[in-house]
Each structure stands twice: as structure tokens, then as C-alpha cells.
Ligand binder design. Sequence first.
Ligand SMILES: [Zn+2]
Length: 232
Amino acid sequence: MALSAPSISQFSAKVATKPTSLAFVITPPLRLSNSSLPPQFLRSVRRSTVSASAAPTAIGVEKESPNAKPPPSLPFRVGHGFDLHRLEPGLPLIIGGVNVPHDRGCEAHSDGDVLLHCVVDAILGALGLPDIGQIFPDSDPEWRGAASSVFMKEAVRLMHEAGYELGNLDATLILQRPKLSPHKEAIRANLCELLGADPSVVNLKAKTHEKVDSLGENRSIAAHTVVLLMRK
Ligand SMILES: [Zn+2]
């Protein structure tokens, strides 16, 4: 989407009222001290981490059971991302950091890169972090027209900081036009570079929407991504 999301204060409120039984603890805890993340995100994550750490359920269980084990350090984490943007005439169409010639492009606060946005969300999702719209809110002028590679680099940095590396990634782009095959390898190569990943673990598929709905009528573009992260 166009990076629209609840405000950070809404998010914070949401975190504070989350059921304490949710598995909100990231293991190991993310260390965000030297982060270049926007301050509002740092506040959110710190607050959510503190909330999770102080969750009565988790701590209560441990108190009730002295022999209770700490949360398992997951060897793998799976994440899913989805994004959709409206297509409007007169705008560039940027997919995976590549300018794809077309008669229209994405309406968005940033450069509207539907693929990079959903890859970022998949990585953040795997890490159990807030989504891209919460980290880079569209209400923040700093991100107006921003290259989405900025968001990707931050997501990859957070992944490494949490002690994970990319296992593999599978992405599907959905658009009626233009044909993506001439640009697919350039997009995939750029994606690999941003991820610091070998091409063998980065897969990119593209399909039409059979001319139905906004996607099939060349009025929007969407993408799905699944990632598997592995503990380093
Ligand atoms: Zn987006």
C-alpha cells in the first residue's frame, strides 16, 4: 500500500493492550542502539520489547515454574509480505529498483516500489517487527519520493542485527502490463544486491490478473513475498 499505517502513538497503544499471551519476544532481543532508524520506530520497538519482556503471562509462567525454559531461539523464521499500489499515468514505474518503461507508474509517498516494499515487510514480519508503514510513515516528509532501497537496507540491517541471514526468498509480482520478462533478470539482480544474497536463493515470478479487477485492468500492481530467515 502507499505506506499508510496507524500512527506510532496508535501502534504504541496497540502494543500496550496486546494480549500478553502473544509470542512477542524476539530471540535474541533486537539491539537497536546504534540504529539509523527513525526515533519514533526506536521508541516503538523499545516499548514493544519492554512490554513483551514484562508481559505478565511470560514472566508469570516463569515465576510459577522455576524450571521453565526461556523462549526457544528459533533456528528459522518465516515472513510474508504483500503490497499493492495504484497505477496513474505520468509516473515512473519502479519495480525492484528498476525503472520499467510503461504508460503509467505507482502513486505513492515514496517511489512506490511495490516489490521492495513487500520484501521489506516480509523480512520485518519474519523478525516480528512493525510493518514498513509504521517504520517509515507516509506522514513523514523525510520519506517523500524516497528510493525504496533505503527501506531495504534498513530491513537487511535489522535482520543481521537480530542474528539472522536470508535462507531464501520467493516473490510474485501481479500486473497486467507491461510484460516483465525483459526486465526480470535486472530486477532480480538488483534484489540480490540489496539483500546481499546469492541469486540461487532469490526467486522472482510474474503473472497477470487475467484482465479482471484493478490489477487486470492496468490500474494497479501488487506483489507477494515469502522469506525464510536462518539463524547465523
Ligand atoms: Zn508500497
